[in-house]
Design a protein. Structure first.
Length: 178
């Protein structure tokens, strides 16, 4: 009875939709035309972010409020592709940063501790992180999917994150013309 959906739209009032158990309605509050992910803990605690832009918003049950902006020095664009957490004091957001034109890019992992969004200091990876979840065994490890796009073809990767240690555990290439 309480579902949110977001996406990229021509107008900011078309980028967020809410299902109340009966019908889908567009949310009239304008925040961004580039929303890419949404995740909620309760009716009054829903988060969304954008790509490009690097901004976060939090829904308090009646309106969306600015919840921060993230950028990395020397990179002009921030793409936030997935947001997920175990509580509103333990949220992760993943994506990538790039220079204009995309010639240089790297994956980013952000963590929110209830007060601030912080960059998780990981080794540089030329990927766009697309998804993050915690393991179901409670070991504190997180698993991420990622895409690497090159002129010769794309590669899908899966990483394990343990603190700030990032370990590649799977990859498969999709070569052009193969």
């Amino acid at each position: 009875t309480d579902v949110w959906s977001v996406g990229i739209a021509d107008a900011a009032d078309l980028s967020k939709w809410h299902y109340d158990g009966t019908q889908w309605k567009k949310d009239p509050q304008r925040v961004s035309t580039n929303l890419t992910t949404v995740f909620g803990f309760a009716q009054n605690d829903v988060w969304t972010s954008e790509a490009p832009g690097g901004r976060f918003w939090r829904y308090d049950g009646s309106r969306w409020n600015n919840a921060g902006t993230f950028s990395v020095p020397s990179y002009s664009l921030t793409y936030l592709t997935n947001i997920w957490g175990e509580s509103s004091n333990d949220i992760f957001c993943v994506g990538a940063v790039s220079v204009s034109g995309g010639s240089s890019y790297k994956g980013i992992i952000l963590h929110y501790d209830g007060n601030n969004w912080m960059y998780v200091n990981i080794p540089e990876e030329r990927v766009v992180f697309t998804w993050i979840r915690c393991d179901i065994l409670g070991t504190g490890k997180y698993y991420l999917t990622a895409e690497r796009t090159e002129p010769t073809g794309d590669t899908t990767k899966i990483f394990e994150l343990n603190g700030t240690t990032l370990k590649l555990i799977y990859e498969t290439a999709n070569e052009l013309g193969a």
